[in-house]
Design a protein around this ligand. Structure first.
Ligand SMILES: Cc1cc2nc3c(=O)[nH]c(=O)nc-3n(C[C@H](O)[C@H](O)[C@H](O)COP(=O)(O)OP(=O)(O)OC[C@H]3O[C@@H](n4cnc5c(N)ncnc54)[C@H](O)[C@@H]3O)c2cc1C
Length: 415
């Protein structure tokens, strides 16, 4: 039995690796367990954006908008129909999250968290922070209706303290030359946004820093958890049994599997997202480029660029449908005809851990004083990982915070 561990973090995606670093920073001896390799889950292939602000999904879609979005053949949203019944409780909480006062509060909280996001990485990593580009985040508005909507959204962003610039005409291609010749009604540039080029390499680099600072990473799949009233924890892996002082679950969209051992369940579904490598040169685009009218984001990658996107909802483990992204690529080619699949590459997909209000769940597992969970980061795992790690590590050390109070799963019981 492996002992002498202060904190065992299960799951080495971006949320787990940053949590391990933050616990280590507080003087704990930390072990990170991962069933595959570091960053092979959802954290492998995202768009790499560290957003300075964000809106919950409930601000964009009412529950009644969703069936039409799921049924439209050219929609970026899809439902795994086999999962429908199991998604109903989540859908009920999502409907509650679309109430205007709740949307307002969640938008405020998301913006507060995002505002601290980049700084939290800097504090956690110091001079070990891998390269992060800070070029801003561009969104293209293809029609005047989209532009009008963007003007309204931008006024909210400005009221939240963000700096936003509207680009028109030739200014768009001056900022992003790949857009030369694209007929756009306008574009929004959000200052303060940062991005990473290779999300998997970024998380692996963070894991290496964790090891250099004295942490250990092991490959094992956790099958079960047990905790006594005294607080003693036992974690059963395929290969070993662990007896840490504290266990932290950062198992992404699959968190409920292990939480079941603690008779705890959180409202979490999988929102599968996709990416595909494009046959373009490095530098084709300078930073992430959202085209909401097509439901895609183009993101720089180590090889050139990727097309990313799609919100495919279902139970964790839902079957992937690569054709959803291929059809998005077809739509994107109407705007940027040079976009082609890089030979030898196939569609990748990963399960975003999605809560009904687009906010993560960070909490001590009710009734278990030595067990914690941090998951549900949805579209914002890279953005919110370091600040979530700080909130979690403080909680483990017995210091709750205003953030921790708002991010407990109790919020779903109380409103
Ligand atoms: C297409 C796409 C684009 C995105 N773009 C962005 C973006 O631009 N900016 C942003 O902030 N976010 C973005 N995201 C979201 C972001 O990628 C996720 O929120 C984030 O990766 C979630 O991280 P995680 O660590 O919680 O989960 P994961 O990365 O899935 O990590 C969980 C880990 O736990 C492990 N695990 C599970 N069960 C066990 C077990 N029993 N034993 C041991 N290990 C276990 C898994 O193997 C996995 O490695 C995007 C996502 C997608 C899909």
């Amino acid at each position: 039995m492996a002992g002498g561990i202060d904190a065992l973090v299960v799951g080495a995606g971006v949320v787990g690796v940053t949590a391990a670093l933050a616990l280590q920073e507080r003087g704990l001896q930390v072990m990170l367990l991962e069933q595959n390799s570091v960053a092979e889950g959802c954290s492998f292939g995202n768009a790499g954006l560290i957003a300075p602000g964000a809106f919950p999904l409930s601000a964009q879609y009412r529950l009644t908008d969703l069936p039409a979005a799921f049924l439209k053949s050219n929609s970026p949203a899809a439902l795994d129909w086999i999962s429908t019944l199991r998604l109903l409780p989540w859908g009920f909480l999502y409907a509650k999250a679309t109430r205007w006062d709740k949307v307002r509060r969640d938008t405020d909280l998301l913006h507060d968290l995002c505002r601290d996001a980049l700084r939290s990485y800097e504090v956690l990593l110091g001079s070990d922070l891998p390269q992060i580009s800070r070029r801003g985040y561009l969104t293209i508005h293809l029609s005047s209706a989209e532009l009008e909507k963007a003007i309204h959204v931008n006024s909210i962003r400005t009221s939240m303290g963000l700096t936003v610039r509207m680009l028109v005409g030739s200014e768009i291609a001056e900022f992003e030359p790949a857009l030369k010749g694209v007929a756009a009604a306008g574009a929004t540039l959000v200052d303060g946004a940062a991005h990473i080029i290779d999300p998997a390499a970024f998380v692996k680099c963070l894991a290496n820093v964790f090891v250099r600072r004295g942490g250990s990473v092991s490959r094992d799949r956790v099958q079960a958890l047990r905790s006594k009233k005294s607080g003693e924890v036992t974690v059963y892996g395929d290969l070993e049994t662990y007896s840490p002082r504290t266990a932290v679950l950062t198992t992404g969209a699959h968190a409920n599997q292990l939480l079941a051992d603690c008779d705890h369940r959180i409202p979490l579904v999988a929102e599968r997202g996709y990416h595909l490598e494009l046959d373009v040169e490095p530098g084709f685009i300078g930073g992430p480029l959202a085209i909401p009218g097509l439901g895609v984001v183009l993101a720089p990658s180590a090889r050139g660029a990727r097309i990313t996107g799609i919100s495919h909802f279902g139970s964790p483990g839902l079957r992937a449908r690569p054709e959803l992204l291929l059809s998005a690529l077809k739509r994107a080619r109407k705007v940027l005809p040079s976009l082609r699949v890089r030979p030898g590459f196939e569609v990748w997909s990963g399960e975003r851990p999605a809560t009904p209000d687009s906010l993560p769940i960070i909490e001590q597992i009710p009734g278990y004083r030595s067990m914690f969970v941090s998951c549900g980061h949805g579209h914002l795992g890279v953005t919110l990982a370091a600040i979530s790690a700080r909130i979690l590590a403080n909680l483990v050390r017995g210091n709750s915070s205003n953030y921790a109070a708002q991010l407990s799963s109790q919020r779903f019981a109380s409103n």
